[in-house]
Design a protein around this ligand. Structure first.
Ligand SMILES: NC(=O)c1ccc[n+]([C@@H]2O[C@H](COP(=O)([O-])OP(=O)(O)OC[C@H]3O[C@@H](n4cnc5c(N)ncnc54)[C@H](OP(=O)(O)O)[C@@H]3O)[C@@H](O)[C@H]2O)c1
Length: 248
């Protein structure tokens, strides 16, 4: 095996929302590149499946359950694997509906998960990242929806714009202390995202969009995350927009 075959050997990675979709693909790719993995999410069966397949640690975690819960999760990861130096805050929800009739609970769920949950995840692991002597990465999964807009997706877009702003602000604070804060903004990617939305027209519209425009596999997003994380510590690819070529 050449030295570059395992570019993340020796690293300890945490991926939230690793029970499916982009998070699962990312966990698989980081593990294949040599990192030891903690996979986080709410669905224990799915986490156990992923963890068993990659030899990782499954930790049932709800990013909306607050800082104490996430601090306990972080302790569990540290005890089992050591301090993480690569954290992928990926867990997210996308629930589209016309603004005038949308269920407010869907907005709250997106804000709690995509914004507060992501912030709480970053906070739970930031001391580990700051204490890392070598490469330390905080990867925030945003979306092209942060800056390109679709009818009925205004609140989702707002949550992803918040991710972009958080990333830029944190970069100024943590970059000088050796932590590479990075946003990855996927375009249309194959996953279960949106399957839980209440609005039937929203679900049909998303299915149509996915049919009209070939979505990229989640592994393509994972590849980009793994590549950027393996670069030398001196360089941060701070913003990655990864989308189907046809999405334009
Ligand atoms: N797919 C796309 O086209 C696309 C495009 C742009 C951005 N993104 C972003 O990519 C990220 C991953 O989405 P995906 O496409 O992979 O969708 P997905 O297949 O629905 O996966 C979402 C993941 O988030 C987890 N999750 C949701 N709520 C959670 C919570 N409260 N606590 C912990 N984990 C939670 C889910 O796990 P559990 O249910 O087990 O908790 C699941 O593993 C999201 O942030 C999404 O906004 C996706």
């Amino acid at each position: 095996m050449t030295p570059h075959a395992q570019p993340l050997a020796g690293r300890v990675a945490v991926v939230t929302g690793a029970s499916g979709g982009i998070g699962e693909a990312t966990a698989r790719r980081l593990a294949a590149d040599g990192a030891r993995l903690a996979v986080l999410g709410r669905r224990k069966d799915e986490l156990d499946r992923v963890a068993a397949e990659i030899g990782g640690l499954a930790v049932v975690a709800d990013v909306t359950a607050g800082p104490e819960h996430l601090a306990a999760v972080a302790d569990q990861v540290r005890s089992a694997l050591g301090a993480p130096d690569l954290v992928v805050a990926n867990a997210g929800l996308m629930l589209a509906a016309p603004f005038a009739t949308a269920d407010r609970g869907e907005w709250t769920a997106m804000l709690d998960t995509n914004v507060t949950g992501l912030i709480d995840t970053a906070r739970a692991f930031v001391s580990d990242l700051l204490a890392t002597p070598g490469r330390a990465d905080l990867v925030l999964v945003g979306s092209v929806a942060a800056s390109s807009y679709f009818p009925t997706y205004a609140v989702y877009s707002a949550t992803k714009a918040a991710v972009a702003a958080l990333s830029r602000g944190l970069r100024l604070e943590l970059g000088p202390r050796g932590v590479r804060v990075r946003t990855i903004e996927p375009g249309l990617t194959s996953s279960d995202l949106g399957s839980g939305m209440l609005d039937p027209d929203g679900r049909a519209g998303l299915a149509q969009f996915r049919e009209n425009l070939d979505s990229i596999p989640a592994g393509d997003i994972a590849d980009a995350i793994a590549w950027a994380s393996a670069l030398p510590a001196r360089v941060n690819v701070a913003e990655l927009v990864v989308l189907p070529t046809a999405q334009g």
